[in-house]
Design a protein. Sequence first.
Length: 216
Amino acid sequence: MRSRRQRFSDSTKQALVDEAERLFTEHGYSGTSLDAIVAGADVTKGALYHHFSGKQAIFEAAFERVESRATAGIARATEGDGDPWLKAQAGLRAFLEAVQEPGYRQIVISDGPSVLGHERYREQEERSTYGIVDAIVRSVLTDTDWDLDDAMLDTFARIFFGAMSAAGGSVAASDDAATAALRVEAAIGFILAGLQRLLEDGAEPPAPSTGATSRT
């Protein structure tokens, strides 16, 4: 069993991340100070530094929580043994709902790239939502007559992940996020429907060209 001191330490850390997430959502990274976070969490600045090295570290904790919450929502929407195409559509819908949340829009989309840096931001994304996109794409494409190798499946997954990331950013930055989400759902849904139709019509699987195309 954890000691009373450990439970107190855990509750202090949670209170700090709770307050940091709230303030970063409302005021953004640049508009939030450590003083405001510790005051809102009703702890000392020493307690904050016991758990976090500084402002960026507690921002990362808030970022990871928001990303994890979104990932869990997408996972719930796609769980089960149903039609993989319907699961793909449900996952897309859950993702578009997540990117409309104020915390996701501000912390992940608006502040995330500049605070974490591009490389670290992409690493965080790949540890969360990419895994689910990869699983969805593989469930769709392996349930077909196409015998795609792992490299091609990974290529499909990264293309869809890139499209969803870009689309999510456009939704989060839109003045009318709900309408933007509907447009994205319609566009990506159209692409999925086209891919499904190709498979149903017995189209040949995609394969990389082995020779360079000459220009005359």
